[in-house]
Design a protein around this ligand. Structure first.
Ligand code: PGA
Length: 221
């Protein structure tokens, strides 16, 4: 069985109380069969990273953590930024290059590249989101997520065969270990993607907000 990576991107959602309920429900995954080839990475908002970290350690939930963003700058006088050293206290991964950051927060390819470098410098594993096979994949990236913009948050996922073809192109053009698919993934369509030869996981946004649906996704992979 190939290793499968399932990433939840909670985006700008959940208060601490809501997060606690979500984690309580998520603790059921401890009893799921066939978890051995599945790695689950959850990316909560920065404000909840510490809480998530303590909760999963105390309750022994098999989840790893990621941040949704990273400052392109080191520590210092950069109001409002969260740097790699601060993230590394709680998380192992960081999402870089999400289309919502590219389109809504002016992150161009050079900023994405700086953020990848910063992640690696701080010993974080970048999960690089690309919108098509032409986006730059900087050196040192081993996990890429193909996320077509039309599929994000729309309920209209890409065709699994198209995602597979793009994953193959990405793998031939860059030295990456895993290509995931993201965009309107649900418990109903996840298998169509993960059974493809060149796809080794999914990045889930909206459908991860309900723990029970996210657990179904993990089961159905
Ligand atoms: P979605 O989001 O699952 O809600 O489409 C995916 C993403 O933005 O990464």
């Amino acid at each position: 069985m190939k290793p499968i990576l399932i990433v939840a991107n909670l985006k700008s959602n959940k208060t601490k109380n809501e997060a606690e309920k979500w984690l309580e429900e998520m603790s059921r995954i401890k009893n799921l069969p066939n978890l051995s080839n599945k790695k689950i990475v959850v990316c909560p908002p920065f404000t909840l990273l510490d809480f998530f970290n303590s909760y999963i350690l105390n309750h022994e939930i098999p989840i790893e953590l990621g941040a949704q963003n990273i400052s392109r700058l080191p520590e210092g006088a950069y109001t409002g930024e969260i740097n790699g050293a601060q993230i590394r206290e709680f998380a192992k991964y960081t999402i870089v290059g999400h289309s919502e950051r590219r389109s809504g927060f002016g992150e161009d390819e050079s900023i994405v590249e700086e953020k990848v470098k910063m992640s690696i410098d701080y010993n974080l594993i970048p999960i690089l989101c690309v919108q098509n096979e032409n986006n730059t994949i900087p050196n040192g990236v081993s996990i890429v997520v193909y996320e077509p913009v039309f599929a994000i948050g729309t309920g209209e996922s890409d065709d699994p065969q198209n995602a597979e073809d793009i994953a193959k192109k990405i793998k031939t053009s860059a030295k990456v270990e895993q290509v995931l698919y993201g965009g309107s993934v649900t418990s109903g369509n996840v298998k169509g993607f993960t059974q493809k030869e060149n796809l080794s996981g999914v990045l889930v946004g909206g459908a991860s907000l309900e723990a029970l649906e996210f657990i179904k996704i993990i089961e159905n992979v």
